[in-house]
Write a protein that binds this ligand. Structure first.
Ligand SMILES: [Zn+2]
Ligand SMILES: [Zn+2]
Length: 301
């Protein structure tokens, strides 16, 4: 029995017939004891099978950014005990090795800590532009007392729906536009948002959306989206004023002034307790009910 490759006659080199308890590794290009193979279907010895799989795995990670971190997050969520044990072990190990305590380090290097903190924030915003935009919009909505809210995930869906292009001129979009501006009683719901290029966004600013669209060139899909948003705005602008941004701090809005008056009139709370209190609207609603309910209580008393 020959110990070298035979030609089948079809231009394909076949491995020779294996001796007893020996198997062929494609990479080693020779017979190895069967004990060096893991799965009996493998065409590679254990060492080469690991290498081949690692390369495949790395290629997959490269073509699917975010896959590894998502998988790690899932694992951590599923195994909180293991994470805690591991963290504790690492902390003990670092303490034994004479690592400095992070809290002490921050206390001793406040300037450096602040720079690192800011740098971390900047890197996060770069990696998660939609999340950062949603947070920015929440802040602006709170200042403008605009109702509605959306998440970064909703912005990602919108970005993909319009293939990352400006809804008004189909140039690459790098900003987000409130179709009905928040300073024109527009809401901060996702349906009022559209990807826009910097140029269109700065030309539009607080102007009337209807006027602006006359000079814009949206795709049919974009046109429909804009019209739906305007329609929806017309329907919701007159609705319950308490359908608001749930992140709005009550202490900052007109709502808070009303609440303050009602409660002072009831003699239930003093000015100083109100000053220190910081609720967002949902917490507030959970604790005290809506203003209508409060007014009902007031009317009864
Ligand atoms: Zn091998
Ligand atoms: Zn544009």
């Amino acid at each position: 029995m020959p110990g070298f490759a035979l030609h089948s006659g079809l231009g394909v080199t076949m491995p020779p017939k294996a001796p007893d308890r020996m198997r062929w590794c494609k990479t080693c290009n020779q017979f190895l004891p069967a004990t060096q193979f893991g799965n009996y279907l493998n065409a590679y010895c254990h060492q080469h099978w690991v290498l081949w799989n690692r390369a495949k795995r790395q290629a997959y990670s490269k073509s699917h950014p975010g896959y590894d971190s998502a998988r790690a997050t899932c694992w951590r969520e599923a195994n909180p005990d293991k994470v805690r044990t591991k963290n504790k072990a690492t902390a003990a190990q670092q303490k034994a090795a004479g690592y400095p305590c992070l809290k002490t380090w921050i206390r001793e290097n406040p300037e450096k800590a602040r720079t690192l903190w800011r740098e971390g924030g900047r890197r996060w915003r770069e990696r998660n532009p939609e999340m950062a935009a949603a947070a920015r919009h929440r802040k602006r909505a709170r200042r403008a007392h605009a109702p509605g809210h959306h998440t970064g995930a909703e912005l990602i869906l919108l970005r993909d729906q319009f293939r990352g292009l400006c809804i008004y001129c189909q140039q690459p979009a790098d900003t987000w536009d409130h179709i009905t501006p928040m300073f024109r009683q527009g809401t901060n719901f996702a349906w009022n948002l559209a990807p826009a290029c910097r140029s269109c966004n700065s030309r539009k600013q607080c102007s009337d959306p209807l006027e602006f669209i006359k000079n814009a060139t949206p795709t049919p899909e974009g046109e429909q989206y804009i019209q739906e948003a305007l329609q929806r705005h017309a329907e919701t602008s007159e609705t319950d004023q308490y359908v608001r941004n749930p992140y709005e701090k009550v202490s900052e809005g007109a709502l808070w002034d009303e609440v303050r008056q009602v409660f002072k009139a009831l003699g239930r709370v003093t000015e100083s307790t109100l000053k220190g209190a910081k609720f967002n609207v949902s917490t507030f609603r959970r604790r005290l009910g809506t203003l209508t309910q409060i007014n009902e209580i007031l009317a009864k008393e």
